[in-house]
Design a protein around this ligand. Structure first.
Ligand SMILES: C[S@@+](CC[C@H](N)C(=O)[O-])C[C@H]1O[C@@H](n2cnc3c(N)ncnc32)[C@H](O)[C@@H]1O
Length: 458
């Protein structure tokens, strides 16, 4: 067996932002590329920026890095320890045949020293490099600081961000840098530079993570039933998907709603969801966005199946979620109905639990087998329990990550996979054990004063 085909150990260095999604994203990308991934349980701490993994090959690491938003950099791990001495001992045990090519006199290299949660001086960095065991690291090539062929990193970890760093590092790693992840896409898709946005446009980092969790790939067909300005679909299209969306809001989809940018008085005539795809040269992936109420439209024939459904349903923080409903008790007439009589229907409340039950029912019917649904679920942190998540006999829960919004509420990024064919008369419907939005809407829970105790709440 050649050195390059042996399973090898890699160090993944994660960004701190959105770190709560790191394992879910990594596992999804490994399964997207069919890569066997072994996580070293000892290093799995939700907040740790470092994770040691075994992968069958460097190609696998490169594939994962070609998609990940959360991993900053990947390194072939040559040595690790709780101290420099322990790291040197492990370095001595690393395969010499793996190291040898990088020591060649015909190549160039540089060694970087990085520290996490503590600043170390340039002088200390040089000292750390000089202390590295030269009987193991037998570099014969030339040092090239500007443009080396190979880069090695000595990494010192001093605890989570916000904790007081100890004098000595908690962990020390030495590895060969392989490549960086896709963090640069966050600024590429920056909302400040995006042509058409609204108040609820999803941040590009989270949108790309959702597309990764959904295992979107070249030529996937991806649907967002609550499409808004299409931010989630921009990410899916960037990953090669053909995209389609629906939204109940005619004014928003036609960019006739009030602008959300502070200094903008009127929407420009060329603002639209489609224009965003043009901005990123993704027009070829854009199928359409349609005005439709997710709770009742009959757009899709039974044979239509999506590879992924990714969505951020309305939670009603700014205003309650709505569905089309004439002559209902809670029917509302919008002042805009006079201006757009044929476009703005009468609306009624769309109860939050119903939104999620409808979403799961729809996904069970219209996902391909092994297709994924990725959506945000708002929860009250006090009464959240995993067993109360909406469920469906055709959908298996794959990942469930919390993003805290304030001390009382959070939203959970839920990933589900279709694992059973849907049968129309098979009693296959979505259910939720406890309807947590019965007594108080999510909006009420979101704005509830913090000093209330549990008892006062009841
Ligand atoms: C949180 S926003 C989605 C934002 C979107 N991800 C983006 O990046 O712009 C929720 C969207 O759901 C839409 N919506 C609310 N009720 C709906 C319904 N019954 N059917 C379809 N869309 C609905 C709202 O108009 C809003 O645009």
């Amino acid at each position: 067996m050649s050195a390059s085909s042996r399973t090898c150990r890699y160090l993944l260095y994660f960004a701190n932002e959105h770190i709560e999604f790191k394992i879910a994203e990594l596992k999804s990308l490994a399964s997207l590329y069919n890569i066997k991934l072994d996580l070293h349980e000892a290093c799995i701490d939700k907040k740790d920026p470092f994770l040691v993994v075994d992968l069958p090959s460097e190609d696998g690491a490169i594939q994962i890095m070609s998609r990940t938003l959360l991993v900053r950099s990947a390194y072939e791990l040559w040595g690790q320890g709780k101290s420099h001495e322990e790291m040197y001992r492990n370095l001595a045990a690393f395969h010499t045949d793996r190291m040898a090519p990088y020591f060649s006199a015909n190549t160039t290299f540089k060694i970087m020293v990085e520290s996490f949660n503590k600043t170390i001086t340039q002088k200390e960095k040089v000292q750390r490099i000089e202390e590295l065991p030269q009987d193991i690291l037998k570099f014969e090539g030339k040092v090239n600081l500007k443009n080396p062929v190979h880069i090695f990193t000595l990494m010192e970890y001093y605890g989570h961000v916000g904790t007081t760093p100890p004098d000595k590092p908690l962990a020390v790693y030495f590895g060969r840098w392989i490549c960086d992840g896709q963090r640069d896409k966050i600024s590429y898709f920056n909302l400040q530079k995006r042509h058409f946005i609204a108040n609820t446009t999803m941040d590009p980092g989270l949108s790309l993570i959702m597309s990764n969790l959904a295992r979107v790939k070249q030529n996937s067909l991806v649907f967002d039933p609550f499409v808004g300005t299409g931010s989630l679909l921009v990410s899916a299209a960037h990953h090669g998907a053909y995209i389609i969306g629906t939204d109940i809001d005619y004014l928003l989809l036609h960019a006739k709603s009030k602008p959300s940018r502070a200094r903008q008085k009127k929407r420009a005539s060329d603002e639209s969801v489609q224009a965003n795809f043009g901005q990123y040269r993704l027009e070829s992936q854009y199928l359409d966005v349609l005005v439709a109420d997710a709770s009742c439209h009959k757009l899709w024939r039974p044979m239509i199946h999506f590879d992924a459904i990714i969505t951020d349903p309305p939670y009603g923080i700014r205003e309650g979620a709505k569905r089309v409903g004439k002559d209902a008790e809670d029917e509302e007439k919008s002042s805009l109905q006079d201006e757009f009589p044929k476009r703005i229907p009468r609306l009624r409340d769309y109860h939050l639990s119903d939104i999620f039950l409808d979403l799961l029912d729809f996904s069970a019917k219209h996902l391909q087998m092994h297709g994924r649904l990725v959506y945000w679920l708002p929860v009250d942190r006090l009464d959240y329990k995993e067993e109360n998540l909406p469920s469906h006999p055709c959908l298996q829960l794959i990942a469930n990550c919390e993003q805290v919004l304030n001390s009382k509420v959070s939203r959970r990024l839920i990933t589900m996979e279709k694992v059973r064919e849907f049968q129309e008369n098979g009693g296959m419907t979505a259910r939720v054990e406890v309807d947590h939005y019965q007594d108080a809407t999510f909006r009420e829970r979101y704005f509830r004063p913090t000093n209330l105790t549990n008892d006062e709440d009841n």
